[in-house]
Design a protein around this ligand. Structure first.
Ligand SMILES: [Zn+2]
Length: 182
C-alpha cells in the first residue's frame, strides 16, 4: 500500500468515496480541496516554494504578477518569509521613481494653487491624475516573462517538468541510420 501525501489525503478520500462517479460530477468538490489556501505552508499568498523550501516565485508587489526568481532579479530583505524584497529590482526602481515624481507633482500643484495658476475646483482632478500616474504599472521592454495567476505559473512549471522528463526518455532511443547502399 502506498503512502498518500498529506496534501492529497482529502482528495484521496473524496475519490475513494466516489469511485463510480464521473469526474464532472465531483469536480466542484475537488476544486474546493485543490484550491490554494492563502497562507499555506507550501504556497504563501505572495510566494511559491519548491519541495526543499527554496523560493522559486514571488508575487511582485509592483508588477502585480507572479515572477520566477530565476528570471527576475530580487534584492535580499531580512525578516521576510522569503528573505527577498516584495518587489523585483526593476519594480523597486519604477516604484521609487513614481513615488518621487508624484511627491514633486503634488508640491507643484500647491505652488500653482497659491499663485492662482490653478483653480481650487480643478485641484481634485489634477490630484487624481497624479495618483493614476503614481499607481500606474510601467512594463519595461526587457521585462522577462511573468504569470498573471498562481495557476498559470503552476501550469507552466508542470509543463517544464514534463519537457525535461520527455527529453530524458527520448534521447537514448535515437536509432542508428541504416546504410542502404553497399
Ligand atoms: Zn516585478
Amino acid at each position: 500500500m502506498s503512502t498518500i501525501k498529506k496534501v492529497f489525503l482529502e482528495v484521496n478520500a473524496l475519490l475513494l468515496a466516489n469511485k463510480d462517479s464521473l469526474v464532472a460530477d465531483i469536480m466542484p468538490q475537488l476544486m474546493l480541496l485543490m484550491s490554494a489556501k492563502v497562507g499555506g505552508s507550501e504556497v504563501g499568498s505572495t510566494h511559491l516554494k519548491d519541495d526543499q523550501g527554496n523560493v522559486i516565485a514571488v508575487f511582485c508587489y509592483y508588477h502585480k504578477c507572479w515572477e520566477l526568481v530565476s528570471d527576475h532579479a530580487y534584492g535580499a530583505k531580512a525578516g521576510t518569509t522569503t528573505g527577498l524584497n516584495s518587489m523585483c529590482k526593476a519594480g523597486v526602481n519604477a516604484w521609487t521613481t513614481q513615488q518621487r515624481k508624484a511627491k514633486s507633482a503634488k508640491e507643484a500643484l500647491l505652488t500653482k494653487l497659491t499663485s492662482g495658476e490653478l483653480a481650487v475646483e480643478d485641484l481634485a482632478y489634477e490630484q487624481e491624475l497624479i495618483e493614476r500616474q503614481r499607481n500606474n504599472i510601467v512594463i519595461a521592454d526587457n521585462y522577462p516573462r511573468s504569470f498573471g495567476s498562481l495557476q498559470e505559473l503552476k501550469d507552466f512549471l508542470a509543463n517544464v517538468e514534463q519537457v525535461e522528463v520527455t527529453e530524458e526518455v527520448v534521447k537514448p532511443k535515437r536509432t542508428k541510420k541504416v546504410k542502404t547502399e553497399v
